[in-house]
Design a protein around this ligand. Structure first.
Ligand code: ADP
Length: 316
């Protein structure tokens, strides 16, 4: 295109080359991912998000039209054995899980370029997305989500599995507004206090004091993270958050946080009974469910999808 060069000569700005001619009525050819061994093809759809190792895409099985959320991990990102082991651990662990409040694992395969992990599509994304739009949730909404989170988490703990990275972004929400616990990238089998590895792996969000003090991660450490999640959903910001990480860790170890007086008294009591320095002093999952926060307050059976972006009108 000679005109393009003329223009750039005059203005000293270089124009990007024109995009190939495609009118709006003529959609781009969809990208297809082929599972040669499994003899299946998938249309690659929109990107759902980016994570540490993976990009997550919506994909549709060409034959059945079934839709999935697919984690795509480039082989280049898992070229070192320990990186590959992490992904294999996640796959092998997730494969064994079957619960209505845990993201369903479908199947996986790899080609020369990527590893593909096919998961149940949670079309309403996660509590992180809802929290971003809403900033705070109401007590009935928090009870609604929390009951389902605890149901999924009890299932994991009963199987002797720790999640170890409970955070808003790992609480996925289905089309029908049901909660699904997901992302088992840091999950591990529960070990005895002596067997526990004392290193902190990855960058978990809501670290418990005992994890920071290298005493290992137990079921109580998952409960601590849950306390931080409840605080964040009700207050709009995390309980321990400062400008520098060292300072944050100091606050966690000293359990230094403030409860805004706008919180309902039962929510204040619940949070302070969970955010206890000594793991043995923390509420258990069953004790959370029988706490007055739940027994004296209304929990809706379902939430309208509109509550992802605005305060719902709920009729007890
Ligand atoms: P990370 O845990 O580092 O955020 P993930 O690979 O688990 O990385 O997820 C990347 C993004 O993909 C997230 O932002 C999440 O919103 C989205 N995602 C992951 N799993 C699903 C799912 N089952 N349904 C819908 N979106 C998902």
């Amino acid at each position: 295109n000679p005109d393009l060069f003329k223009a750039s000569d005059r203005t000293q700005t270089i124009q990007p080359p024109p995009k190939p001619n495609r009118s709006k009525s003529e959609p781009t050819k969809p990208e297809v991912v082929v599972d040669v061994e499994g003899k299946r093809c998938y249309y690659k759809g929109k990107i759902l998000g980016k994570g540490g190792f993976a990009r997550c895409y919506e994909m549709t099985d060409v034959a059945s039209e079934k839709m999935y959320a697919v984690k795509v991990i480039p082989q280049s990102r898992v070229s070192k054995p320990h990186q590959r082991e992490k992904i294999i651990n996640e796959i092998e662990l997730h494969k064994t899980l079957q619960h209505k409040h845990v993201v369903k694992f479908s199947h996986h395969f790899e080609d020369g370029e990527n590893i593909y992990i096919f998961l149940e599509l949670c079309s309403r994304k996660s509590l992180a997305h809802i929290w971003k739009a809403r900033h705070t949730l109401t007590d009935p909404e928090v009870r609604y989500y929390l009951k389902q989170i605890i149901s999924g988490l009890k299932y994991l703990h009963n199987k002797g599995i720790l999640h170890r990275d409970l955070k808003l972004g790992n609480f996925f929400v289905s089309e029908g507004m049901e909660l699904r616990l997901g992302d088992f990238g840091l999950a591990a089998k529960l070990e005895t206090v002596e067997q526990r590895k004392k290193t902190i792996c990855g960058t978990p969000n809501y670290l418990a004091p005992e994890v920071l003090n290298r005493q290992g991660h137990g079921t109580e450490s998952d409960v601590w993270s849950l306390g931080c999640v409840i605080y964040t959903l009700l207050c709009g910001n995390p309980p321990f958050e400062t400008l520098d990480l060292k300072e944050t860790y100091k606050c966690i170890k000293e359990v230094k946080y403030t409860l805004p007086p706008t919180l309902s008294p039962s929510a204040q009591k619940l949070i302070s009974a969970i955010l206890q320095k000594n793991p043995a002093d923390r509420l258990t999952l069953d004790q959370i469910l029988t706490h007055e926060y739940f027994t004296k307050g209304y929990t809706p059976d379902k939430l309208p999808p509109s509550s992802c972006v605005m305060v719902p009108e709920l009729n007890p």
